[in-house]
Design a protein around this ligand. Structure first.
Ligand code: NAI
Ligand code: MG
Length: 396
């Protein structure tokens, strides 16, 4: 096995807890790598006025694969207030460094698997017609467009005159023609054909490789005709090259209803940035929530793997740490898959699975306790104990 260099960006809060746990598992599974730490997050905003220092960008540009924990973001004014006094009034503006990374490296596809582990007490169950309960096996992988759409940041309150002129050129803008500029907020939803094409192609290839029978485009083309329509159009063209995989189309609103009605029917789901953000959290909620939700940000050159949860600051200082390391560990397995270490990835996923099935070692979220220092006395496993159990299960 060749040795790789992996850039580790623990970031803030519990990112600093869960990322080292994932590396413990990678080491124990026999993955050989050199880990290079890279600075990112709140501390660097406060001391340098930049939460994503150039040295971190350089490291990622060179080594191309990163593991990311979580960052803390705060609203603009709070962020400015915490800036080092020597940097105040120098025009520094806070930007989320993970959003910055996605844009800087064009990490345009986020893959978010939502798979239920047998025996997870957090799995979704629904009532069956006979009054009993059934637990559908959820195995959904959301492909979220990660750089465009409503999150691209092209927006204004009180748009400048040339933007107003362009807006007025659209007949439907007549409805807003009399609204004073300061009372008008515009957030654009821009899709590009190349990005639509790429995410559809990657989604179909993924479905083919992993045996999914359907790819569902989850948008709203009947209303948002241009952007959703473009993604749908590309989906149909790409689908023509994959006759063995069904192309389905759902509207985002209806999909959130079908989510609990028949989640087992879906395979790969593709959506634009915002709908993808929503539907991936929704499916993650069926399979254990934030403690289990892994994700990747994949560009053409660089890829970064991260749990979807944030820095959970209220749990950072607890001793021993209590948060669930599984989302981070599963994100690390996605990294292994990405670099071709699929066997190791599968070994680790099997170990996670067998620990969940055993049910002897559960963090507070898996025990359905509300978080806090007391949970260990109530029988919840600390973070490191769950990791130890996963490591012990690697040999099974
Ligand atoms: P959060 O994901 O940090 O925490 C929400 C709640 O989810 C926690 O209070 C906890 O109950 C639970 N939780 C999260 N991770 C868990 C884990 N591994 N095990 C068990 N329970 C877990 O989201 P919140 O509270 O909205 O944001 C906190 C900070 O994180 C904010 O500054 C926010 O901007 C940032 N954030 C960063 C993200 C990132 O780095 N990609 C994503 C989401 C939020
Ligand atoms: Mg989200």
């Amino acid at each position: 096995m060749s040795s790789r260099t992996i850039i580790t960006m623990p970031g803030d809060g519990i990112g600093q807890i869960v990322l080292p746990e994932a590396i413990r598992v990678l080491d124990a599974a026999g993955f050989e790598a050199e880990y290079l730490h890279a600075d990112i997050g709140w501390e660097f905003w406060c001391t340098e006025g930049n939460a994503l220092p150039d040295r971190t960008i350089d490291l990622l540009a060179e080594h191309r694969v990163g593991l990311f924990g979580a960052i803390t973001s705060k609203p603009k004014n709070e962020a400015t207030a915490e800036l080092d006094p020597s940097l105040q009034d120098k025009g520094y503006v806070y930007y989320s460094p993970i959003v910055g990374l996605r844009q800087r490296f064009d990490l345009d596809i986020s893959i978010r698997p939502c798979r239920s582990f047998t025996g997870n007490p957090l799995n979704f169950i629904r009532q069956s017609v006979d009054g009993g309960f059934e637990e559908p096996e959820v195995d959904v992988v959301v492909f979220r467009q990660n750089t465009e759409g409503l999150y691209a940041g092209v927006e204004w309150t009180d748009p400048p005159a040339n933007v107003m002129d362009a807006l007025r050129s659209h007949p439907k803008f007549a409805a807003f023609a009399d609204v004073p500029g300061p009372d008008l907020a515009v957030s654009t939803r821009i899709f590009s054909r190349a990005a639509c094409r790429r995410i559809m192609e990657e989604a179909f290839l993924y479905a083919e490789k992993h045996g999914y029978r359907s790819v569902t485009v989850c948008e709203k083309p009947n209303v948002i005709r241009e952007t959703s329509g473009m993604l749908e159009h590309e989906a149909r063209e790409v689908a023509a090259n994959h006759p063995d995989i069904a192309l389905w189309s759902t509207n985002i609103d209806a999909q959130t209803m079908w989510l609990t009605k028949n989640p087992e029917n879906y395979g790969v789901i593709v959506a634009g940035n915002m709908f993808g953000d929503i539907i991936s959290d929704a499916f993650a909620g069926l399979v254990g929530g934030l403690g289990f939700a892994a994700s990747s940000n994949i560009g053409k050159d660089v890829a970064v793997f991260e749990p979807t949860h944030g820095s959970a600051p209220k749990y950072f200082e607890l001793d021993p740490p209590i948060v669930n390391p599984v989302a981070m560990i599963l994100s690390a397995t996605m990294m292994l898959d990405h670099i071709g270490e699929n066997g190791l990835a599968e070994t680790i996923r099997k170990a996670v699975s067998s620990v969940v099935v055993d049910g002897d070692v559960r963090t507070y979220d898996m025990s359905k306790l509300s978080g806090g220092q007391g949970v260990v006395d109530q029988g919840a496993a600390p973070t490191t104990v769950l990791t130890d159990a996963i490591i012990a299960a690697l040999d099974r």
